[in-house]
Design a protein around this ligand. Structure first.
Ligand code: 9MR
Length: 391
């Protein structure tokens, strides 16, 4: 019996050893009943630069802040909001910070509408430019002229009341809004370079026109000096900072060299001025690349921030809108050192809302908010220049 048991256990051991031998491998475990299927990777889709980057991303990568303008009525359009968020870093309100929009007939300040727009700008993460603390147009004439001037006993008293009001207005605006830059004065020269006043301004209409300089003993220059000093002091008092611009139009036009020189010389002579602005309402008939170069070089020489503040390019026969906008950006980036760049702001988004009328097609988007040729070329240019497509 003992012998039989020994035989059995020897046989069992042999079977076991044989099963582990190389001719009888250990059986592999049964397959996973629910294996994760291996999906072959799809080829990476072509990256669409228009979907990846808005203009502001590309401009910012080139060291440039790109802005635009909108007015109150436009913001109800959802297409505008999409574009504002995607393409622009800064905004200027077309009308709503102007004197005639803020000052009531009783001479009070009503910020309600502008504040609502400030909220929209925040929604779109936009920096704000203040436009404008001093202009001869869109002023609250009913209050200033009828009540202040006509109500004074003599011209001196009238002038003193206007000057008081001017200070009160600048203080109120600088105190109320937080902006990246102010257009402290706008259009204070005529094309020859002379200070603008009632006598030398040929105005096509009389839309709330008011020449502040007529109420300063030292004329328009004293008005401008006072405007900058008051704005600077108000900023200091409020513990705020903002670039203080002198802003004008036609500076890129060869016919207004006198104005370009007068504006730059004034800025050079006044330390309260920290920026020079060129509106640049131009067209395919008027634009000249060599005059653009001349303007930028002169503005850079002032040592101040240099800004293009209201760019639009109406259609014309000599150059296409796209070519002009490309030239403006290229020259600006080539000529204005990064530390002096105040940015480029378009005067609107869609042709349908341009102050020039949709038929002039002056902006980057058509009336359906579709990107125009100028947009596509500018996008491609900034992409190439930024090098973002190579990273
Ligand atoms: O874009 C503004 C337009 O909606 C107004 O009707 C117009 C009234 O003067 O002002 C337009 O903006 C001007 C800007 O404030 C100063 N530079 C010239 C601009 C075009 O007129």
């Amino acid at each position: 019996m003992k012998r039989f048991h020994w035989l059995l256990s020897t046989l069992a051991a042999l079977v076991l050893v044989g099963a582990c031998g190389k001719d009888n491998p250990v059986p592999t475990p049964p397959p996973d009943p629910d294996p994760t299927p291996v999906i072959p990777p799809e080829p990476e889709p072509e990256k669409d630069p228009l979907a990846l980057w808005g203009l502001k991303d590309l401009a910012s990568a080139c060291g440039l802040m790109i802005g635009t303008e909108f007015t109150y009525g436009e913001y109800s359009d959802d297409s505008l909001k999409v574009v504002m968020k995607r393409d622009f870093e800064a905004v200027t309100f077309g009308n709503e910070m102007k004197n005639d929009q803020i000052v009531t007939n009783a001479g009070q300040f009503n910020f309600t509408r502008a504040d609502q727009m400030v909220g929209w700008a925040k929604e779109c993460e936009l920096k704000l430019f203040g436009h404008t603390l001093g202009w001869h147009s869109q002023q609250q004439n009913d209050y200033l002229v009828n009540k202040l001037v006509a109500g004074a006993t003599d011209a001196d008293e009238a002038a003193a009341l206007v000057r008081d009001f001017h200070k009160k207005w600048v203080d109120a605006m600088v105190g109320h809004f937080d902006v990246y830059g102010w257009d402290v004065v706008n259009e204070v020269f005529i094309d020859s370079g002379a200070w603008r006043n009632k006598a030398n301004s040929q105005l096509s209409n009389n839309y709330h026109v008011f020449f502040w300089g007529d109420y300063y003993p030292g004329g328009p220059k004293e008005f401008v000096d006072t405007a900058f000093r008051t704005a600077r002091e108000a900023l200091e008092r409020e513990g705020k900072s903002a670039i203080l611009y002198i802003n004008d139009y036609n500076l890129e036009g060869g016919w207004a060299h006198g104005k370009l020189e007068a504006l730059c010389q004034y800025a050079e002579g006044n330390p309260d001025v920290t920026g020079v602005g060129s509106q640049m309402h131009t067209s395919g008939d008027l634009y000249s690349p060599s005059e653009m170069k001349n303007m930028l070089e002169r503005m850079v020489k002032t040592g101040k921030k240099v800004r293009i503040s209201e760019l639009d390019v109406a259609s014309g026969k000599k150059m296409s809108q796209a070519d002009i906008i490309l030239d403006v950006f290229k020259q600006y980036l080539d000529i204005v050192p990064e530390a002096q760049r105040g940015g480029i702001t378009f005067w609107g988004v869609s042709d349908k809302n341009s102050w020039l009328g949709a038929n002039k097609q002056p902006l980057l988007y058509n009336s359906q908010y579709l990107r125009k040729d100028a947009y596509l070329k500018l996008h491609a240019y900034l992409l190439e220049r930024s090098g973002l497509n190579k990273k």
